[in-house]
Design a protein around this ligand. Structure first.
Ligand code: URP
Ligand code: ZN
Ligand code: ZN
Length: 462
């Protein structure tokens, strides 16, 4: 059955224009004015904005921190409700198992038949060996040609040292595999954490104090230097601070292929949230830590000017009551990470577009088109184009709402943006032509999301 989205304003990275969008067999078959709706189901988009479905290139559905695990793909309908139609998840390699076996087993058990949006994966090396380095060459044919390494988290099983980074980069570049790093200096954090705790400073606020900007800046510069040494392009995830942006920018200016993203929370929250009383501050423990207002402003400018090319959620669904309380006596034991996949678009719309910080076209670029390019998905996703998957979000700019966890699908017991004002809302979402959100309600089915192969030689190589 054909569908037609009628009367809306289509937003692309270049411009916006009134047009109808005709959909057949899950793909966009025409974009234009006054298209015939004969034989098609009509979806009204008048006075609304029609944009490509979001691609969230940074989510965690299996992350484990000191034994505590996040919510999984059973909550991926929250991504759909937030206008995101594809998520890319970081899967930590299991000890003694290969990267590919880890992901394939995880996919079968935890994503297939469960996911409610399309998905792919990034491999995370936690147990390096010759076999693992050899596997890097096979990641492209598996459809997940990207690797993340955690420079942070000393003492935890997923920490990677410079030796692992250099070796992985040297292999990755031969196969067009995108190298990503979580850039924070693990040793310096460990030292600062011990200083805090020894002085009796154990509350959540000291998470930020023990992870100052310099630990991120140092690691970002080091990762860039290793990338230069090995001649490998690099993608720095969740950039939070002015100095780290400047390191990326300086490399770019010299023509070194270094790219980065930031996240919704670094653009809208700051470290004072960690000082909230009654252990509420623990809700905002994520790494890198939340920063200051000046960093926030600089990050907005950076995404606007293209120094950072995507905005992800870094969604990490830990509960506050059961899980974050593990660190009630010592902030080092608070699971790192916060939920947010449901709010990415509405937050960027409200605090980016409505506040005049970015245009709607820039929003589309950061929310969907660039993440598609970064991950080798742009041949089928990330823009409203004939031949592309009909992954579409229709945003209604009218109305003012308050974000509350009461109507959230994220499955966690809190929302980082609780009480935030929201302008407009996601009205309708289509996933490969199927309506999965209608009148701001999720109406899709578990298993409707499909594994989607990413291609090697993503944007960092182009
Ligand atoms: O604190 C965070 N960001 N938790 C998720 C894991 C990571 O570091 O990306
Ligand atoms: Zn990280
Ligand atoms: Zn993350």
């Amino acid at each position: 059955m054909m569908k037609i989205i009628k009367g809306g304003t289509v937003v692309t990275t270049e411009s916006e224009f009134k047009a109808d969008v005709l959909i057949q067999d899950g793909k966009i078959v025409a974009v234009g004015r006054g298209l015939s709706d004969e034989g098609a189901e009509v979806i009204n988009a008048s006075e609304m904005f029609v944009m490509p479905g979001g691609i969230d290139q940074h989510v965690h559905f299996s992350f484990e921190f000191k034994g505590e695990k996040v919510r999984g793909f059973e909550t991926s309908n929250a991504a759909a409700l937030g206008g995101t139609t594809t998520v890319i998840e970081f899967v930590n390699q299991e000890k003694g198992k290969g990267l590919i076996d880890t992901i394939e087993d995880y996919k079968k058990e935890n994503a297939e038949g469960i996911a409610m949006v399309d998905y792919s994966f990034h491999a995370v090396i936690t147990d390096p060996s010759d076999h693992v380095y050899e596997e890097i060459s096979k990641l492209p044919e598996m459809g997940y040609p990207s690797i993340k390494l955690f420079m942070a988290y000393k003492g935890l099983f997923f920490h990677a040292d410079d030796d692992v980074i250099a070796k992985s980069m040297a292999v990755a570049k031969k196969h067009g595999v995108t190298m990503m790093v979580h850039a924070e200096n693990a040793d310096l954090i460990d030292y600062l954490q011990r200083e805090c705790v020894e002085a009796g400073n154990t509350s959540p606020y000291y998470h930020a104090i023990s992870r100052p900007p310099i630990v991120e800046i140092e690691a970002t510069e080091r990762a860039i230097n290793i990338a230069k040494m090995t001649g490998t392009p690099l993608y720095v995830v969740h950039v939070s601070t002015t100095g780290a942006v400047d390191a990326i920018k300086a490399a770019k200016v010299k023509g070194v292929p270094i790219y980065g993203e930031t996240c919704t929370h670094y653009l809208t929250l700051d470290k004072e949230n960690l000082a909230r009383s009654d252990f509420e501050g623990a809700k905002y423990v994520c790494s890198p830590a939340l920063r200051d207002k000046a960093d926030r402003e600089y990050l907005w400018e950076s995404v606007k000017k293209g120094w950072l090319n995507a905005i992800s959620s870094d969604h990490c669904g830990f509960d506050w009551k059961k899980q974050k309380h593990m660190g009630i006596n010592d902030f080092r034991d608070i699971p790192n990470g916060a939920p947010g996949m449901e709010n990415r678009l509405s937050i960027l719309w409200t605090y980016g577009v409505e506040k005049g910080k970015i245009s709607r076209s820039k929003l589309v670029e950061l929310f969907s088109t660039n993440p598609a390019m970064n991950n080798g998905l742009d041949h089928i996703k990330g823009s409203i184009e004939v031949g592309h998957h009909a992954d579409i979000v229709i945003y209604n700019p009218k109305g003012t709402y308050k974000i509350t966890n009461d109507n959230s699908l994220q499955g966690t017991d809190y929302n980082s943006y609780e009480g935030f004002e929201q302008k407009g809302r996601v009205e309708t979402v289509l996933l490969r032509g199927d309506i999965i959100v209608k009148d701001n309600k999720f109406i899709g089915q578990p298993g409707q999301g499909q594994f989607t192969k990413c291609k090697a030689y993503g944007l960092v190589y182009r």
